[in-house]
Design a binder for this molecule. Structure first.
Ligand code: GS8
Length: 219
């Protein structure tokens, strides 16, 4: 029997959640090996051998070891692609290119605009015991609002970001948006009805519901 893919990480971590949702989407068997980053388990030599940056997640599939959640996500979606689940659309180069475009927008623009709010309001207070730096939050919200105008226009033309199909580009937005919605600034999205509808359709997916159930929003 082929051993299942192993994911090293913690279920409440954003970047681990991205990878777990991919595994759920494709219906692959996997084993989550808990690395408790709150107690520094990600910094021990065994884990640094998997991820030289000492971060989670890491993936092990036989002899192959990967890190960087967005790259791991693509590997999983390629490896377990089927006629029912194809979130990269690599058989159609134009559709695949649109998935790439919007996956880049997530990594290069959306994540940098939105994540500081999540770090300031949730992650740093829990992990470092710090209080929210309001200037950082306000600057991030300004960037995010400009970006959401572009998303609103795009999602007025198509149901999802890359086109009328759910793809990795949409999925990659899940983990940080999920925690953003637990900050006092969730109502920022109310001004963008298409974006809100898109977010609700992402949240209604069984894969996302299952993984989100292990991501606490109250500490
Ligand atoms: C980021 C990994 C990361 O920062 C990726 O995999 O996408 N670009 C990388 N992981 C965090 C956990 S939050 O999801 C981590 O390991 N933090 C511990 C630390 O920085 O010490």
């Amino acid at each position: 029997m082929v051993p299942p893919v192993k994911i090293f990480g913690h279920p409440m971590s954003t970047n681990v959640a991205r990878v777990l949702v991919c595994l759920e989407e494709v219906g692959a068997e996997y084993e989550l090996v808990t690395i408790d980053f709150l107690t520094g388990e990600h910094e021990v030599p065994d884990h640094v051998a998997r991820n030289p940056f000492g971060k989670i997640p890491a993936l092990q599939d036989g002899d192959l070891i990967l890190f960087e959640s967005r790259a791991i996500a693509k590997y999983i979606l390629r490896k377990f692609k089927s006629s029912e689940v194809d979130l990269l659309k690599e058989g159609d180069i134009a559709a695949a290119a649109m998935v790439d475009v919007w996956a880049e927008v997530e990594a290069q623009q959306y994540y940098p605009a939105l994540s500081p709010v999540v770090f300031e309001c949730i992650i740093f207070p829990v992990m470092r015991g710090t209080t929210t730096d309001q200037k950082v939050v306000d600057e991030s919200l300004d960037k995010l609002k400009k970006l959401l105008e572009v998303y609103e226009a795009r999602l007025s033309e198509h149901k999802y970001l890359a086109g009328d199909f759910f793809s990795l580009a949409d999925l990659n937005h899940f983990p940080f948006t999920f925690y953003f919605m637990a900050t006092p600034y969730a109502s920022v999205f109310d001004a963008y009805p298409r974006v809100k509808g898109w977010w609700q359709s992402i949240m209604s997916r069984p894969s996302i519901k299952k993984i989100a159930a292990n991501m606490p929003t109250k500490f």
